[in-house]
Design a protein around this ligand. Structure first.
Ligand code: 9WN
Length: 441
């Protein structure tokens, strides 16, 4: 088999192997449940090989949606064990009337990439034509009210009135758990004496525990779950009591782009009022992202909402304006040049010219640890998706080629060491396989 064919075949095999028949596990051992933004990326990859499964992936995820529109960051597979904290720790249905009694879910959120997935699945189905295209159109119309409820939840419960940024009450909600972007707000989180004792299960599933967050960080992650439980997962209460409250530029940028696409779907479904509402959400979110670009560095900055401080760290989230799209040409050129330049993808020590999760020029850079330095292929995919839609096809294709060269090792790792190219974290990670499939489609 030629290189690309072999990568695609192996990626399709991994997505099949990680399937329970209903959901795609985020990873075979480390993450045996369905994660929200993973499911959306996985659905994009699945669209290339199996449209019915791509649709089922999102249907299964949305079966865990809460009555108030919240789409939980994990929908638990009742048959799976081995991930901690599990349903017995989250206790969502007991603590909140908004949560479904089944399936069991977590009570926090993930970045809203779902409308991006629906748009991509529709494009693939329309290009294929025939009955699958018709089925996919009907499916999208059926899913649409759930997506709308999810976006309305974010605009209503999570948009911060001062900054316009989406508020997070847990670093897990950003999807970039231990990124240095959250070091300062986490330093202010005091773990209470009532934190239940626990045994971490994640470290057993990676080659070296140094690739995962530290125990000190985990204490804080678990403490924030306790805080969320005490507030019955209610955003209004968490705004009063939460000891971690940040405005996330990356999440907000993804929301802006997803609102554009959901508005497009609303127009297609002849829902003019919804489309206008979604366009307003998009405009507000995009303006909030552009307002938080640090002039000196050219990177977007998150905000610690409790101290009203900008968090100026050199992490990949600083490229949120590229994800949001629609930025002034000058800012776009500056961000693209930086992304490909020596502080990022073009660093001379790197094996492949790919952007790491934290710049090697940052004092917080750790090339083997999770979101503190490694390259995440799924994030590269998101950048290529956004760049190719922002009149930057050259940058998009350079990143795609470099990432496919890296993925030729066929380990489909969760993340990679930028200097050695060593696969890190979980192997056979579903969203890494999905990214490869979409690139090769
Ligand atoms: C906590 C599943 C998820 C991803 C996140 C990634 C990691 C979980 C963990 O795995 O987070 O949600 O246990 O470390 O940081 O982005 O969605 O792949």
């Amino acid at each position: 088999m030629t290189g690309s064919l072999s990568i695609a075949a192996r990626a399709a095999y991994i997505l099949r192997d990680n399937s329970t028949g209903l959901i795609t596990k985020a990873a075979p051992a480390l993450y045996p449940h369905q994660w929200s933004w993973d499911a959306a990326f996985n659905a994009i990859g699945l669209a290339a090989v199996d449209l019915p499964r791509a649709r089922l992936e999102l249907d299964s995820l949305f079966s865990g949606q809460w009555r108030n529109g919240l789409l939980p960051h994990i929908v638990f597979d009742p048959a799976a064990d081995g991930y901690w904290p599990g349903p017995a720790q989250w206790e969502c249905a007991t603590l909140s009337e908004e949560a479904p009694s089944a399936p069991a879910t977590s009570g926090i959120i993930d970045p809203p990439v779902h409308a991006i997935a629906v748009d991509r699945i529709l494009a693939v189905a329309r290009a294929a034509g025939g009955p699958e295209a018709e089925r996919t159109e009907a499916w999208a119309a059926h899913l649409y009210p759930k997506l709308l409820a999810w976006h309305r939840f974010l605009a209503r419960d999570r948009a911060d009135k001062q900054t316009g940024l989406i508020t997070l009450f847990h670093g897990w909600e950003s999807g970039t758990d231990n990124s240095p972007r959250w070091d300062a707000p986490y330093a202010a989180v005091e773990v209470g004496p009532s934190l239940p004792s626990y045994v971490r299960k994640d470290k057993a599933h990676v080659a070296n525990a140094g690739q995962r967050p530290t125990d000190r960080e985990y204490d804080r992650y678990l403490w924030l779950v306790e805080e969320a439980k005490r507030a019955s997962y209610d955003a209004g209460l968490l705004r009063q009591t939460g000891s971690f409250q940040v405005g996330d530029v990356l999440f907000t940028a993804i929301f802006a782009r997803a609102c554009d696409l959901l508005a497009k779907l609303a127009v297609h479904l002849r829902k003019a009022n919804d489309a206008a509402e979604l366009k307003d959400f998009a405009a507000e979110a995009r303006a909030a992202v552009f307002c938080h670009v640090d002039e000196a560095s050219g990177l977007a900055a998150d905000v610690d909402l409790r101290t009203e401080t900008w968090l100026r760290t050199e992490t990949i989230a600083g490229f949120a304006p590229l994800i949001a799209g629609g930025m002034p040409l000058e800012l776009r050129r500056r961000q693209v040049d930086m992304l490909l330049g020596q502080r990022w993808a073009g660093h001379p020590s790197f094996k492949y010219a790919l952007p790491p999760s934290t710049s090697p020029c940052s004092s917080a850079y750790n090339p083997a640890c999770y979101w503190r330095g490694p390259v995440w292929p799924v994030f590269t995919w998101l950048l290529t998706w956004a760049l190719s839609r922002s009149s930057e096809p050259g940058a998009a294709s350079a990143l795609r080629e470099a990432s496919l060269a890296q993925l030729a090792d066929e380990t489909f790792a969760e993340y990679y060491h930028p200097v050695t190219g060593e696969p890190l974290g979980s192997l056979h990670q579903s969203w890494t396989a999905a990214a490869a499939l979409d690139w090769l489609f």
